[in-house]
Design a binder for this molecule. Sequence first.
Ligand SMILES: C[S@@+](CC[C@H](N)C(=O)[O-])C[C@H]1O[C@@H](n2cnc3c(N)ncnc32)[C@H](O)[C@@H]1O
Length: 1007
Amino acid sequence: MKRPPVTEHTGIVPLSIADAPSLIERLLPVQKLSAEAYKEQMAVHGKTLTALGSYWKGRKPLILAKACVLGCLLPATGNDKRDLEIFEMLMGMDEFSFAARAKRRPGPKEILAKLSLAHLRDYFEVTPDDVLRASAPVDWSNPAYQKVRVAWRKDLPERERRRLEVQLLPRANYRQRVAESYRPEEVPEVHDHIWDEVNAHLGTHAHSFPELLEQLGIMRFGHRPKVADTFCGSGQIPFEAARLGCDVYASDLNPVACMLTWGAFHIVGGTPEERERLARDQQALVERVQAEIDRLGIETDGNGWRAKVFLYCVEARCPQTGWMVPLLPTRVVSKGYRVIAELVPDPARERYEVAIRSDVTDAELAAAERGTVRSDGRGQDPYMVHTVNGREYRTKISTLRGDYKKPDGTTGNRLRLWELHDFKPRPDDIFQERLYCIQWMRPKNSGRSFEYEFRAVTAADLERERVVEEYVAKHLAEWQAKGWVPDMRIEPGEKTDEPIRTRGWTHWHHLFNPRQLLLGALINRETDARLKPAFCQVLNWNSRLSHWSVVDGGGGAVKQTFYNQALNTFLNYGCRGVGYAANHILIDYSLAPLASVSVVVDAIAANELLAPSDLFITDPPYGDAVKYEEILEFFIAWLRKNPPPEFAGWVWDSRRALAIKGEDEDFRRGMVAAYKRMTECMPDNGLQVLMFTHQSGSIWADMANIVWAAGLQVTAAWYVVTETDSALREGSYVKGTVLLVCRKRKGDLKTTRDDLAWEIQEEVEAQVATLTGLNQQARGLYRDENVFEDADLQMAGYAAALRALTRYARIDGRDMTAEAIRPRVKGETTFVDDLIAFAVNTANQCLVPQGIERALWSRLSGAERFYLKLLDMEARGAHKLENYQNFAKAFKVRDFYAMMGDRRANHARLKSAKEFGRAEMSEGSELHGSLLRAVLYALMELQADVDTGQVLAHLTHNVPDYYGDLTQRERVIAIAEYLAGRLESLRPDEASAARVLAEAVRNHRVG
Ligand SMILES: C[S@@+](CC[C@H](N)C(=O)[O-])C[C@H]1O[C@@H](n2cnc3c(N)ncnc32)[C@H](O)[C@@H]1O
C-alpha cells in the first residue's frame, strides 16, 4: 500500500524553511558535546560499530555526526535559548534525558522516601491503598508500612516520571554527569519525553527521529534529506545519518572502508531477523572450519586437549658460536599462570631445547623477564645474547640481519627476499621460525569452563606442524589462484617497508604462517558479504604480527596486528587455534535497525562524485597520520580476487596514487577538487560540514584556501574535544575536531582590503557578543556552567573572520579563487595568509579578559596575554590543559610550558610569582623585558619580605623606559591590580602583595 504524502497528515509546508539559517550556523553546545564525544571515544570496544573492525582507528564519534546532521536540518528560529533547549533534548543532553540515562534509576520507594509530594497517588499506585498517607516523604521504617507495595501509575506520562527522578540526580557538573551515565544511544527510550515540545517548537508532527528528519527535510529541501560522506572511512558519519532517518550516500577510495560502511548499514543496521540468520551462519561457519581442522588432526593432542595458542619465535645462528638461538625478548610465557621458558643447551647440536615450566616462584618469574634479546635502553639497538660454556656472547640484531649503508645513504640488509610461493623460511635463511610452546585447553569435568596448560613442544607436535606445512605447500597455488589466499606484492611505502625490511617479506601472505594461511583460506572460501568483516577481524587478530601479551586476558593473549598503525614485526608472536580465532567470528554486533531509508556505498575518489546530496558531512584525511592507503592492503590482499557480489563493483585496490595525503601542494589540489565536486553536487541551499583536527594556526589559511577555491563560503566553525591521550602515554595532549560549516558562495561580491578589515572586526565582535550573550541567557539551563568557554569564543571568532572573508569572490581586484589555488612558495606569505593572520588577530583582540583595558591589551606581548588570560580562566575554576594549548597557539606563544606550574590534563595551572623566582628574565625567554615579568618579580620579592624601596628600585630597572615613559607606570599599576583581583582566592598572599605593589608604585615619586 502506498503511504500518503507526509505533508497530508502532518500539515508541514514543503520548503517553508528552505532559506532559513541552520541551527549549527548560529549555535552549538560544544562543551556538552565535547563531554559526550569524549565518553564515546573512551568506550573503545563498547562503541556501536567498532566490533566490525577494531583495526580502524580514526573513528569520529557517532554523537558528533548526530549533532552535525541535526544542526544542519534544524532552523535557527531567532529564539536562541529555545533552539538550544530543543536541540539538547534531541541530543539526550537535557535534565530529563539524564533521568533515563542514569545507570540506576531510583525505584518508587526510594523516591517516596526522599521527595516531598502533596499527592503521591498522582504518580503511584499503592496496595493496599488505605495505609499510606496522601503525601510524601514516607518513612519506610514505620512497621505499619512493611506490607505496602508501590508502583508507578500505568497512565503516568514518561515526562512526569522523569520530573521526579530528575530531583534525585546528583548535583554534579556536566562532565561528571556524563561520566556516570549511559550514552544516549545506549538507552532506546531516552527521547520518549521530548516530542510534544519538539513539535510545538518546530511545527512538526513527529514521534521519532526518522519522522522528524523526513519532515525537516521536506521543509528545507522538499524531500527526505540526503546526506553524503565522500570520505566515509569506517562509516561512522553515514551510519548515524541513516540511523536518524536520512537517505545516505557514502563513498571512499578504499574498498575496506566501503566494506566497513556496508557492514554498518547491513549488519548493525539490519533487521532482527537478518541478525538471527547471521548468528546461525556464524555458528555454522565455525563448525565447518573446525570439522576440517579436526579432519586434519592438527590442533588436538589425542588426549582430549585442543590447542588454544601456538607460540612461535624467530631463531638465528650466533655468528660467534655457531649456535642456533631462539630470539625471545622475554622468557616469561604467562604471568597469570606463572609460566616461563627455559633454554636447555644441547651442545651436540649447538642449539637449545625450550623447556616450559609452570607455577614458578616470584624470583624465577622475575629472572625470566630478561630473554635472549635485550636492549640497553630506549633508542638503543637490540642485541641477541646467550651464554656458552660460561661465556656471554652478544650480537646486534642489525648485525644478524647484515645491515649496511647503500651508496644512496639508505640502509640495506642481507635478508633474502621471500618469493611468491614461500610461506616459511628456507633452511639457509638468516631468520628461521620456531614453535616453542603450545597452550592447550580442555573442558573441565563440570563442563562449564576450561582448564589450560602451557607445554613444551613434543615430537608429536612437530609432526603436526609438518602435516600443516605439507598441506599448505600442496594447496597454496590453488588457493591463490582462487583468491582465497593473497598473491599480492607488498608495494613499498612508509609503513609497508617495515615487513620487507625486517623480515624480507615481499607478499602479503608472508605475514601469515602456515596454520594462519590454512585457517584464512578455509574461512575466506566459506564467507559471504555479511561474514567478511568478521573474516577480516580474524586476520587482524591472527597474523605473524599478532603480538603475544604475557599479561592480558589473565593468562596471556594474542593481540591484534593493528594495535597501532605501524605494521611492526615481532620476534615472537601467537597463533590462534580455531576455537580462539572463532571469537572474532561469533560476534554479537550491536543492533540498530535502520528505518526504510536508501543507503548507497561507492568506492570512488571524492572528486569523481556523481550523486547529488543536500548535506555533505565529511572528515577528510587532513594531516592524517594514518596511512589508510598503505596499511589496509593487509586486508585488500585477501579480498580482492574473489569479493562477494555485494562488493564486486568496488575497485579492490588501494589506489595509493589517488589518495589525498600529506600537507603540500598535491594535498591542497586534491582537497580542492574533491570539495569543488561536492559543491557542484549540492543544491543552492545545501550545507557542508567539514571536520578537521586542529593542529596549528596555518590550518586556517589552508582551509580558507580550499573553501574559497571550491566555491564555498564559511558560515560557522566549532571546536569539539573528541579525546585526550590516555595517561599511558607521556604528556597530555588534547585532540579536538573543528567543524567548519559552509554554504555555496553565490554571486560575485567584491570588496577592498580596507573595507574588509572593518567588516572582519564587526563580524568577529558580533559573533563573540552573540555567544557570550547566550552564556548569560542560558544561565538557568546550564546551572553555573557556560555554554561556551573562551576557547569556543575564540574559535567562533576565527569562523566569523573566515565568514567575512570567504563571502567575497574578489578582493582588491584579485580573483580569490585563482589566488587560493596559486602554488605556495616556501617561506612566502600569500595575500590569503595575510588576511587570515589579520582575521585571527582581530578575533584574539576580542577576547580581552575583563579588568584589562583594550589599550593596554593591545600593547602586551603574546606571552603576557597568555598569562593574564589564562589566570582569568583559572580564577573561574578552569584548569584544563587544552585551554592552555589553545591559547598558546592563539597568542603565538612558543614555549608556554615555561610558564606552567602544573601541566596535568585537568589540573593545569600557571606558575606563581614565587615559582617563577628569578627564572624567565633573560633574553631567551618570551617574557624577557616585559611588564608582566617585572611585576611578577616584584611580587616574588615582596613575598620574600624584601624592603619595598628595594623592590621598587628593581622594578624601575626591570621595566623598560620606566622613567622616560610615564605611561609605563600606569600599566604596571593596571597589571598589579588585575593580578590582585584574579589571585584573591587562588593565592591570597600573592594577591595582597600585588595590592601593596600597586599602591607603592602609585605613591612612588619619579624624579
Ligand atoms: C579521516 S578518514 C575518515 C574517517 C571516518 N570519518 C571515520 O569515522 O571512520 C579519511 C578517509 O578518506 C579516504 N580517502 C583518502 N583519499 C581519498 C580520495 N581521494 N577520495 C575518497 N576518499 C579518500 C581514506 O581512505 C579514509 O578512509
